[in-house]
Ligand binder design. Structure first.
Ligand SMILES: [Zn+2]
Length: 446
């Protein structure tokens, strides 16, 4: 079995139960797992990776994305709009996507995540025009080598029935459920160390019916897969819920079976005290997307209160039409800064932001086998060089990872396989992918 020995790290941030940090220590990877952590490990047959001048962390975990949106970055009509206006600008463009657009845009989004230290990501794909299938993104992730939690999203209420998307972008609910069953049966792997786990994810309460929300929850429980959607993203979202359903989003979610340890909701910027308690009580997770919330002017999610009440919180870069970057370590920094804007400089420290970005995300995605550097956990490891310009002069290497930057990862291992080496992606030909993506964007612009 292949062995890799990471030697002499300035700091190893383990995210174990005691949140131990080790200095001058090593990590031994055997196959896809972590075999040893500590000082002075020897393994004569192992390939050695020197980590002097580096901080070693668990791979970062991204809990919310729409990878396809890397093809619609900085679209002029959507640059300065609020959520609903922004969506209405982009729907007609997304309507022209096909399998090629989905595959290439996913490669770009996944590559960007990998270069920012992300080893595991979810994706929320809720558009299936022109023969698009969930496996367009699954194929991209398998090639690139990231641990992947794709979700079969859906929209079923078009404009003519009071929904937001154009009728041509929505699907019949029976067909949605049928395809959900197909992709779970074909691609979901429930085992420890799984590289692909499928979730079910109607797009949002304003683009599918109550019935589809309820039926999807029943199906997910039957299949043992997780549920994901957008919730309580901004004031418009709350107003829609109150006028259309007569309840706040938390109540709506609870009524339809959308709370529990197998559910995570994106954004949750506008959750009130009772809704935060509901999430804590039920083990429901949150994907916090700070840059997207800033970009769309949605507000500051109550992450401090959520964490204090015991809600599981992970990070999301969100789709690249509303960020428009996909740099996950930058989201950890933004998380810390935004809580400080809301509550003061002692509201969140660098180490807590790093915990949310790693262990927090793994907990949200239900991955007890990932998110920390401990013997027996999967070998998803990011190595960060803090000896360069970004952090030169630092006094605390671990804190520098979040306070300074933005950082790019030096080496990234996923399931023991190296994906990034010396800052370069080694699993795909990135310049060729970028060239292909730019060509597709040009043809979409017409
Ligand atoms: Zn989103």
């Amino acid at each position: 079995m292949t062995e890799i020995l990471i030697k002499h790290a300035d700091a190893i941030v383990t995210m174990d139960g005691a949140r131990s940090e080790l200095s001058g220590a090593d990590v031994l990877i055997r196959g896809g797992q972590i075999a040893a952590v500590g000082p002075g490990i020897t393994a004569p047959d192992a390939r050695q990776v020197t980590a002097t001048g580096c901080v070693v962390t668990p791979g970062l975990v991204n809990t919310h994305h729409h990878l396809y949106q890397t093809l619609t970055r900085a679209v002029p009509g959507g640059q300065d709009a609020l959520l609903f206006g922004w969506l209405k600008t982009l729907y007609p463009i997304w309507q022209r996507f096909g399998p090629d657009e989905m595959f290439v845009s996913a490669q770009v989004g996944l590559a960007e995540l990998a270069l920012s230290g992300c080893s595991m990501t979810s994706d929320h794909l809720y558009l299936y025009p022109n023969g698009v299938r969930l496996e367009d993104s699954i194929d991209a992730a398998a090639e690139l080598g990231l641990r992947f939690h794709p979700t079969r999203g859906a929209m079923s209420i078009g404009e003519s029935r009071g929904g937001l998307p154009p009728d041509s972008l929505v699907e019949a609910e029976a067909a949605i459920l049928e395809d959900m069953i197909r992709v779970v049966d074909a691609f979901h792997d429930a085992r420890d160390g799984a590289m692909c786990r499928v979730g079910l994810a109607p797009c949002s309460p304003f683009s599918v019916s109550r019935e589809l929300m309820r039926d999807t929850a029943l199906l997910a429980r039957d299949k043992g897969v997780m549920l994901h959607t957008h919730l309580a993203e901004n004031d418009e979202d709350i107003a829609y819920s109150l006028s259309k359903f007569g309840v706040r989003p938390g109540q709506y979610a609870e009524d339809l079976g959308w709370t529990g340890p197998d559910v995570w909701h994106a954004h949750c910027v506008k959750l009130d005290r009772q809704e935060i308690d509901l999430f804590a009580r039920t083990g429901t997770g949150v994907a916090h997307c700070p840059c997207s919330n800033c970009r769309l002017g949605s507000g500051i999610a109550p992450v401090r209160q959520m964490r204090d009440r015991g809600v599981k919180v992970g990070l999301g870069v969100d789709g690249s039409a509303s960020n428009d970057a996909g740099n996950l370590i930058a989201e950890a920094r933004q998380t810390m800064l935004l809580q400080r804007v809301a509550l003061g400089a002692d509201a969140m420290g660098a180490r807590e932001a790093l915990e949310i970005a790693t262990l927090g995300g793994a907990q949200v995605l239900g991955r007890a086998d990932c998110g920390s550097i401990e013997v027996g956990k999967r070998a998803d490891i990011a190595i960060w060089d803090v000896s360069g310009i970004e952090a030169a002069g630092h006094w605390d290497a671990v804190a520098a990872l979040i306070f300074c930057g933005p950082m790019k990862v030096k080496h990234l291992f996923v399931e023991g396989r190296q994906v990034v080496a010396d800052g370069q992606l080694i699993t795909v030909d990135l310049p060729a992918v970028v060239k292909r993506q730019n060509r597709l964007a040009q043809s979409l612009r017409g």
